[in-house]
Write a protein that binds this ligand. Sequence first.
Ligand code: NAD
Length: 262
Amino acid sequence: MTVTKTRTAVVTGSSSGIGLGIARGLAGAGMNVVLNGIEPEDQIEPIRKAIEADFGVGARYDRANLMAPEGVAELIDGAVEAFGAVDVLVNNAGIQFVSPVEDFPDEKWQAIINLNLSAAFYATKAVVAGMKARGWGRIINIASAHGLVASPYKSAYVAAKHGIVGFTKTIALETAEHGVTVNAICPGYVWTPLVEKQIPDTAKARGISEEAVIRDVLLASQPTKKFATVEEIAALAVFLTSDGAASITGTALPVDGGWTAH
Ligand code: NAD
């Protein structure tokens, strides 16, 4: 592993989808990256190696399970041990569950709140003192269009994502004088495994076909009628880490093909 004296980014939930796109984007901008996810090491090793080979930075994979605070501590401690500091934190790990509220399983509610909201709190808490002391830091929370508006049957997800937008604003205010910015990115539908997996459940909940879910539910609210891409989300994340974005803090930035313009 190449350990260079450069900035280090921790991207939670970056073994696939949006997180992996962001990790590759930040590596492309010259940062060491810490990948995280729950997939086995051997499955992620080729991805990790490719990042080091493609961008000449250090890349580490940490399989910490972020459902509990101990997993978050393990991830941040491991990153500091490997690279010396965490300069950029991207709170991206997230899961979804779709069900009418009266049938919504308690354990699914708790898991979504734990991973999509509380893990961001614990990770932020662990890195913010170092960022303030060094006078530079970037925290990017991957919320969702569902951090700004709601859809039926996604009560836990919408609650967690609205929560992370409020958390973003709060920490932005707490760090504003210390060279640290805190922003939320609010993607509309991006084609990733998370979206693919929710199609059968949405079809069941609404009593319609999977094709109809894509056409009439997912892309119905996205005026461009196209899924956003992982690369588009990554491009904004990379910009938010740049000096040009130093005065952007406390925002929730939609990348949603016009969804929240409705
Ligand atoms: P994904 O399913 O492709 O990836 C999820 C990642 O989280 C994986 O790396 C997985 O290993 C990791 N993960 C799952 N459980 C974990 C745990 N307990 N501990 C640590 N890591 C865990 O998902 P995605 O679509 O890339 O979504 C990433 C983020 O973007 C989520 O927060 C999601 O809510 C948000 N988002 C996605 C979309 C979309 O359309 N895909 C839209 C808006 C917001």
